[in-house]
Design a protein around this ligand. Structure first.
Ligand code: PHB
Length: 366
């Protein structure tokens, strides 16, 4: 099977093309959002993936939007992550950290000094929500529109987080520009209505995400940096007037920088895993954008193993991400190889909690 064949990704070789998607699980140690042994056990159980992309990890306190998500903005968090990468490497796995800033998808209770969440423009995300630091469901507030000086601080936060990620021995990093979080909020004109150098034309809307990417590249180098995008995604109230032009232009900029992979979420899976429905009327991101990108193209969004193999055979992607199936099948590549039955996931234990629904899914018996 193509899914089980090797793939060269910059300086490393992935043992298969079954990639573990970034998955929010909200189980870092409290207080402090510090990765802990439990998290290392979970990732190490899944080390047979060709590559693991970690759950979204905030680059600053301001970048946090949900309780219990891990950070990468201080020494304690970096030390916690170092234990996780060691656990994965000891099992022969490869692991990239996903760098994240939620922007407007936050709540004051997560923010330094209880301030408002930040965004390109003071526009609240409708039909979206989060949890407060006390795990209470809440609507999204109207955010504070970032000043240029504040934008520059966030670029520095991404750079410092990249340095911590290096100290933690990751194999590389993925910059999260998808799903309606901060960098996506700048890209798309439903959420970016700035009239300064960071809004307006496509060239101006991509500026801040590219400044962030360049800061990350200055630490990691092009061979070890990927980017995640979600064109046509409507999760977190996103919209753009011309996604083909916007993302086409951005991909040209990514090509200039020769980043090692592009991870694109299929718009059919626009709920970001929030439910199991797929929108079969949505356009195909792979059809629209794969041929524009010069590096490795990883496709995500509602795949089962058969769909994934089909997509690789038809050259719609170079590798495929699995999220929910990797939650409930730690040995997913082996199950694919043996055409074994997949364990069904339990949505009730996706977010928060401890071992249950996290490190207690069974491996195949021998
Ligand atoms: C979430 O925590 O719900 C979440 C995080 C990152 C994503 C999508 C969803 O990209």
């Amino acid at each position: 099977m193509k899914l089980l064949s090797e793939l060269k990704l910059g300086p490393i070789t992935l043992k298969n093309r079954v990639i573990m998607a970034p998955l929010t699980r909200m189980r870092s140690a409290q207080p402090g959002n510090i990765p802990q042994e439990l998290n290392g056990t979970y990732y190490a159980q899944r080390a047979s993936a060709g590559l693991i992309i970690t759950e979204a990890t905030q680059v600053s306190q301001q970048g946090q939007g949900y309780p219990g998500t891990p950070g990468i903005h201080n020494k304690e968090q970096a030390a916690g992550w170092k234990k996780v990468t060691k656990a994965v490497h000891d099992k022969g796995g490869k692991i990239f950290l996903q760098l994240w800033h939620v922007g407007r998808i936050s709540h004051s209770s997560h923010q330094p000094d209880g301030k408002l969440p930040v965004a390109p423009s003071a526009i609240a995300a409708k039909n979206s929500g989060t949890y407060t630091a006390e795990w209470k469901p809440t609507e999204i507030l109207t955010p504070h529109a970032l000043e240029v000086s504040e934008i520059k601080e966030i670029v520095k936060d991404f750079k410092q987080a990249s340095i911590y990620a290096k100290e933690a021995d990751f194999d590389g990093v993925e910059v999260h520009m998808a799903n309606g979080y901060l960098l996506d909020q700048f890209l798309q004109n439903g959420s970016n209505q700035r009239t300064d150098a960071y809004g307006g034309s496509i060239a101006d809307r991509v500026k801040f995400p590219l400044e962030v990417l360049d800061a990350v590249l200055s630490v990691w180098g092009k061979d070890k940096v990927g980017v995640r995008l979600s064109p046509y995604g409507t999760f977190n109230d996103m919209s753009d007037s011309d996604p083909v032009a916007l993302f086409g232009h951005l991909i040209e900029e990514l090509n200039k920088r020769e980043i090692v992979f592009l991870d694109m979420i299929e718009p059919r899976a626009t709920t970001a895993g929030g439910d199991d429905k797929l929108n079969d009327k949505a356009p195909s991101a792979s059809d629209l954008f794969k041929n524009k990108f010069k590096g490795i193209f990883i496709s995500a969004g509602g795949y089962d193993p058969d769909m994934a193999e089909e997509a690789l055979k038809n050259n719609k992607a170079d590798a495929i991400m699995f999220g929910r199936w990797f939650i409930s099948n730690p040995d997913l590549p082996e199950r694919i190889a043996k055409k074994a039955e997949l364990t069904k996931y339990d949505r009730a234990t996706f977010y928060g909690g401890q071992e249950k629904g996290y490190i207690d899914y069974p491996f195949l018996a021998y």
